[in-house]
Design a protein around this ligand. Sequence first.
Ligand code: DGL
Length: 268
Amino acid sequence: MLKTDPIGIFDSGVGGLTVVKSLLEKMPGESFIYFGDTAHVPYGEKSQEQILSYAERIMDFLLAQEVKAIAVACGTHSSISLPQIADRYNLPVVGIVEAGARQAAASTRNNKIGIVATQATVNTGSFTKSIKRLNRDLDIYEMACPLLVPLVESGKLMGAETEEAIKKYFDPLIARQIDSVVLGCTHYPFLIPAIQLYTGGRMMLIDAAGETVEELKAILSSRNLLNDSEEKPNRKFYVSGEDSSFYKVGKLLIGDVIREVKKVELNW
Ligand code: DGL
């Protein structure tokens, strides 16, 4: 394994670009390979078996390209696949659940935490379990928000339809006087401006991407694997399905870092 090897990052679609955004800020010299599983987005209603098998194929694809570490930039894969696959591979694999849990436990002032995520993630109770391990006295309310991923995938970050969906999911959190909400799906942080507009700063919105990238950075540093070469990093984007919408929306979300999106056929 070389310091200059890329980091593998994956999600169902554009959601993991929240992690890419943090990576560009915190580890700008790193090369990476991003995989958006657009053939299967949204993941929310998929079974645990399906989701795990997608993760296995995607891991094979990334490992074949000699990545030095993997960021599971997806709350659903972090909740379902990561606990089952992490030990199989001889490289660092980090997800967003522990990072989000740590931030939530540190952020709440009134001990009332909300988790918004996909239905598949909520079914696992992964965030609640991780937060309870840190502080069992916290009051945690989890909610699935199936309308949000399609909105982000279509680039609708503002507007009436988005506001309507946010109202539906955040009114119950406001009613419960929740003061810290974990955005437990990596698509959701792209909606932070719209959510803030609606909630008016009543609650802290937790994006686990930054903390996840910090965790990865610490692991790479401890293994002497941070890329310190002067060479320009190589950034590649792959998808399993729709590529033109990923390209268009991806550019809207993170700008010109996305130069090209290649569609690959994996053996699903
Ligand atoms: N962004 C993913 C997550 O964090 C997947 C969302 C989806 O495809 O439904 O859960």
